[in-house]
Design a protein around this ligand. Structure first.
Ligand code: NDP
Ligand code: 2IT
Length: 446
């Protein structure tokens, strides 16, 4: 870093206790050096120092009553990062590890991701340290209602439109929507990922995982003349993104041999029986190790990181941030893996990314390859505004087109700046340019 080092140092000082946020800013700033060189007006207008500071940060108390009639207090967050190109948009994460730094890294990344989709959406993210695991439906409902009681003051269909992320799926969005509607007496598309009977979009559930595979398939074709057909794939996670990435990879002719959750991973040399995984995770909300009970050839191993030691052609990390480190990256390379598609947000550490790029692995960064989820959220907003709903095939086709466009945009931009095949730099610059131009055009607003 040269031109942007000073601004990065300020972030380092101001946000020293937010390691994930610092990591995300560093990777973006390293990519944006050539932009700072080429467009001095962005530096003059303070675009870089403004873009790393959220427009607004909301933190609030979330008190609720559990099934034992005890009062529990969680902490809620909504970081409204950037509204230059549209209303704040991004998911809500409910996980005990949630803190301000994690929500800020996610909101920062979201700003560039949403820009890449080509749809008019700014960046935001929120969540809570609430842990939905082991909670009854009624506990989750009471928590969501209390969370929305405060959040509803800060969101709106033209202001900020939250959605799901880790620990927030259809059930939670339903409870959140119900409370918002009751408080505002307003039936509006204020959340995405809604149920189909009340304004949800077909293909939103599948969108992130399917979009990831559309993106990776295009990168494989364009960069190496390869495809999913006949390949061996390892997918980490067993949540929304992992399940639908597995489904699409299988449809495209791949054999997915492993999946995981935060307790451990399963390896099935015959190929993962996805219907069984869906039953365990989506219906029964149990642990992935249940899988081996009905699949005698499959093996369960406790711990998450070992999944990357399974030989594969394509790796799709779809669980959480920093789940794939330098050692794991080296093992993947050694075992002949030729492509890594990020489904989760920031799943690879910076050292792992370096390892992939140095070894000419096809590497698709999260903010480009997992943008399908928020893209279909954007399509859900469009359908809500029109009071219409499109068929599954229509939405899926639009999703496919958007993912191909994001690939082309990232790939062309990388080439234009002299970094051919480096989709990290390509996606970061392409995502940044639209937001920066919008910020510049709108002036230094107070
Ligand atoms: P889910 O809650 O549906 O699933 C998360 C999966 O990851 C679960 O298998 C979970 O295991 C595992 N996991 C969560 N935290 C950890 C951890 N600390 N260590 C190891 N494993 C963990 O979430 P999603 O599938 O929606 O999200 C997965 C990733 O994709 C996240 O990074 C999210 O930000 C990203 N993403 C999601 C989008 C969406 O539309 N949902 C869109 C774009 C990105 P366990 O069940 O044991 O907790
Ligand atoms: O990280 C993400 O892009 C998401 N969790 C989806 C956000 C959204 O608004 O659909």
């Amino acid at each position: 870093m040269k031109k942007l080092q000073g601004i990065y140092n300020q972030v380092l000082k101001r946000d020293s206790n937010e390691p994930e946020f610092l990591q995300a800013v560093k990777v973006i700033f390293e990519s944006l050096e050539p932009v700072a060189e080429k467009y001095p007006e962005f530096l003059e207008d303070g675009i870089f120092s403004r873009i790393v500071e959220p427009e607004r940060t909301i933190m609030f108390r979330v008190p609720w009553v559990n099934d034992k009639n005890e009062v529990v207090v969680n902490r809620g967050y909504r970081v409204q990062f950037n509204s230059a190109i549209g209303p704040y948009k991004g998911g809500l994460r409910f996980h005990p590890s949630v803190n301000l730094g994690i929500i800020k890294f996610l909101g920062f990344e979201q700003t560039f991701k949403n820009s890449l989709t080509g749809l008019p959406m700014g960046g935001g993210k929120g969540g809570s340290d609430f842990d939905p695991k082991g909670k009854s439906d009624r506990e989750v409902m009471r928590f969501c209602q209390s969370f929305m009681f405060e959040l509803s003051k800060h969101i709106g269909e033209n202001t900020d439109v939250p959605a799901g992320d880790i620990g927030v799926g259809g059930r939670e969005i339903g409870y959140l929507f119900g409370m918002y509607k009751k408080m505002n007496n307003n039936f509006t598309g204020v959340l995405t990922g809604k149920g189909l009977p009340f304004g949800g979009s077909l293909a939103r559930t599948e969108a992130t995982g399917y979009g990831l595979c559309y993106f990776v398939e295009e990168a494989l074709k364009d960069m190496a003349g390869k495809s999913f057909q006949g390949s061996t794939v390892v997918v980490s996670g067993a949540g929304n993104v992992a399940i639908y990435a597995t489904e699409k990879a299988q449809q495209l002719g791949a054999k997915v041999v492993a999946m995981s959750d935060s307790s451990g991973y399963i390896y099935d040399k015959n190929g993962i029986d996805l219907a069984a995984v869906k039953k365990i995770k989506e219906e029964e909300h149990k642990r992935i190790k249940e899988y081996v009970k009905d699949h005698p050839d499959a093996v369960y191993t406790p711990g998450c990181s070992g999944i990357w030691s399974i030989p594969c052609d394509i790796a799709l990390p779809c669980a959480t941030q920093n789940e794939l480190d330098e050692n794991a990256a080296k093992t993947l390379v050694k075992n002949g893996c030729f492509a890594v598609g990020e489904g989760a947000n920031m799943p690879s550490t910076p050292e792992a990314i370096d390892t992939f790029l140095k070894n000419h692995i096809i590497f698709t960064p999260a903010k480009a390859s997992n943008a399908g989820g928020v893209a279909v959220s954007g399509l859900e907003m469009a359908q809500n505004s029109m009071r219409l709903s499109w068929s599954f095939e229509e939405v899926d086709k639009k999703l496919h087109d958007i993912m191909i466009n994001i690939y082309k945009n990232a790939s062309t931009t990388a080439k234009e700046f002299g970094y051919e095949n480096n989709l990290v730099i390509g996606a970061n610059i392409a995502g940044f340019m639209k937001v920066a131009r919008a910020m510049k055009a709108q002036g230094i607003t107070y």
